[in-house]
Design a binder for this molecule. Structure first.
Ligand SMILES: [Mg+2]
Length: 380
């Protein structure tokens, strides 16, 4: 069995109302689907990203000009070897650096190779990862993105929180970093809407400094937070380690780090209690499985960042096969959810009790709608 084609399909899914978080505003959810075809016609799908705000064709150029030539004619089941080939031979390691766009592109290809391998061997991806530890994964609702370029009001936060509780979620994650008064009013509204039992997580998207976070400690105590995500700059790993040692709320991070080497630093410096690698960003299934294993050795819980389409399925297979799984992120706003419903329908939706079930069909267990790929494809 040989790889006969590697295609990248850049997509742009327009939003009716622009979304925002503490880092910026986006008008469309953009992503890149990878489609790898093996001799005999079996096809595997992956996703590069996450991407919002444009630039998807950068990935097409990277794959077409640098990565695809390394793959054609090779055995698609040799994921480990192909990962090292893509990372090492004039692509990431020297010519373009070993982070960012290059690793994201490799991640998308890697996921497609796992899907393809599962289909060739007629087994679900979780079996290739050591088999199921869990057949369903608890999901928390993540969202509370601002609307039309402004943060949500307390009333809007309350409504969104109630909607998630009614859907069966046991926890929600909301954005903070819009100013102390607004943050606290929004938190009060959400805690009131959810009652004392359900979990609340907060995501600052790197919006604070260490002293600012420390000064919030007393105000936040009343809300019984499950974790605080990306409180400070991703480059301030010592600052996160300080917070992990002294701040009363567990610290989480991971969506902005790449490869086992960056995550190793998070773990050895004891910077996080919860790690959130993004499978379509940090290095695909091959690399994120290694990151997950390292986390387990350091006693760090696994709760990946998931804002994706095909990447949702890949993340659930990883979580299903990982003993220290905490929860899956589940985002229904911002564009990725609507796009994934269009791309593969009802697979990997949350059930009425707030769990996502892993598919036992071969590969990732999803069938992509080729017409939708055409409809939302970025031309040119
Ligand atoms: Mg985040």
């Amino acid at each position: 069995m040989k790889i006969v084609n590697v295609e990248t399909i850049p997509l742009s899914f327009p939003l009716e109302v622009p979304a925002r978080d503490a880092t910026g505003v986006w008008n469309s959810w953009d992503t890149v689907i990878v489609k790898i075809t093996a001799s005999g016609g079996t096809v595997g799908y992956g996703e590069i990203g996450p991407v919002h705000g444009g630039g998807v064709r950068v990935f097409k150029t990277l794959v077409d000009e640098r990565l695809k030539p390394l793959l054609l004619g090779k055995d698609p089941t040799e994921r480990e070897k192909l990962f090292e080939t893509m990372r090492g031979k004039g692509t990431a390691a020297y010519a373009f650096g070993e982070k960012g766009a290059v690793i994201s592109a490799i991640a998308g290809i890697d996921i497609a190779l796992w899907d393809l391998t599962g289909k060739i061997l007629k087994t679900p991806v979780y079996n290739l990862l050591g088999g199921r530890v869990f057949d369903r994964i608890p999901a928390y609702a993540s969202g509370f993105f601002g609307k039309g370029g402004r943060p949500l009001t307390p009333g809007e936060c309350s409504e969104e929180a109630k909607r998630y509780a009614d859907q069966g979620f046991k926890g929600v994650k909301m954005k903070i970093g819009y100013g102390r008064k607004q943050d606290l009013q929004n938190l009060e509204a959400v805690r009131k809407a959810l009652g004392p039992e359900l979990g609340i997580m907060v995501d600052a998207n790197q919006g604070f400094t260490v002293p600012q976070v420390m000064s919030l400690a007393r105000d936040l105590e009343a809300f019984d937070l499950t974790f605080m995500e990306e409180p400070v700059s991703i480059h301030d790993i010592e600052g996160m380690a300080h917070l992990s040692a002294t701040f009363p709320i567990p610290i989480a991070a991971g969506e902005n780090y790449y490869t086992r080497y960056e995550f190793r630093e998070l773990f050895t410096k004891r910077a996080v209690a919860v790690v959130q690698p993004d499978i379509i960003h940090a290095g695909g299934i091959t690399e994120t499985k290694k990151i997950a294993s390292m986390a387990q050795a350091f006693g760090v819980a696994l709760s990946p960042h998931i804002h994706a389409t095909v990447g949702v399925a890949a993340s659930i297979h990883l979580l299903a096969s990982s003993p220290h799984t905490l929860a899956a992120e589940y985002i229904t706003s911002g564009g990725s959810y609507d796009l994934r419903r269009v791309l593969y329908g009802d697979a990997y939706l949350v059930d009425k009790d707030g769990y996502i079930h892993v598919s036992d069909e071969p590969g990732l267990g999803i069938r992509l709608n080729e017409k939708a790929l055409e409809q939302y494809g970025v031309k040119g």
